[in-house]
Design a protein around this ligand. Structure first.
Ligand code: A5P
Length: 213
């Protein structure tokens, strides 16, 4: 079985559980596809068997976290900067399961966190004016040392704050794809098959309505 391994603090728990199960002799035929360098390094340290999409282009199941989940199970991802690889792996997975705590559930995407936009560094600032027209307040993401945050693919991230959330996520997704230099955005629309929501009463599973991907 080929499992896509997401990125973030939630997924770190998953990796630890997978490593524990492996130590007990299970999961011998499972290979993981990491969605970031951070996940790759942590999984490797834990002794998990890894591969890459170049070797295993069809993923059976991906398990990942999210920054926001709306009632239709649309997501905002990329708070940790790994949205591009996460989206490539998610789009090539038979199933995508998201694990999130109740605090990630929102009525409307963009209500609590900005939507990250991954752009090539060349002329990154040319993206600001159309983002402004789209109703977003765009902010270049910075690293701890004050220089631009650079993704695993060598791109920059522009965090797009929407004052009242994103009213038409599909329209925003279509719009961002029209601008040269934009690589992708943190909207994951219609991709999640189910969300495991962790709450005080334990986990519950919310399934997406069966629509073809
Ligand atoms: C990484 O870029 C993100 O998409 C993460 O999947 C998301 O931010 C969830 O992370 P946490 O599990 O740390 O909240």
């Amino acid at each position: 079985m080929v499992i896509g391994l997401g990125t973030g603090s939630t997924v770190r728990h998953l990796l630890e559980i997978l490593a524990e199960r492996r130590k007990q002799g299970a999961l011998r035929h499972v290979v993981g596809i990491p969605t970031s360098r951070a996940t790759e390094w942590y999984a490797r340290d834990l002794g998990l068997r890894l591969s890459a999409l170049e070797e295993e282009p069809r993923v059976d199941l991906t398990i990942d976290g999210a920054d926001e989940v709306d009632p239709q199970l649309n997501l905002i991802k990329g708070g940790g900067g790994a949205l591009l690889w996460e989206k490539i792996v998610a789009c090539n997975s038979e199933r995508l399961i998201i694990v999130a705590d109740e605090g990630k559930l929102v009525k409307r995407l963009g209500e609590r966190v900005p939507m990250p936009l991954e752009v090539v560094p060349f002329g990154w600032n040319t993206q600001l004016s159309w983002l402004d027209h789209l109703g977003a307040e765009p902010v270049l993401r910075l690293a701890a040392n004050g220089s631009p945050f650079v993704t695993d693919s060598g791109h920059y991230l522009i965090d797009c704050h929407f004052k009242n959330g994103i009213t038409e996520p599909m329209r925003v997704q279509r719009e961002v794809r029209q601008h040269p230099g934009v690589v992708d955005c943190g909207l994951f629309l219609g991709l999640a098959d189910a969300v495991v929501v962790g709450g005080v009463d334990g986990p519950r599973v919310v399934h997406a309505e069966a629509t073809p991907r």
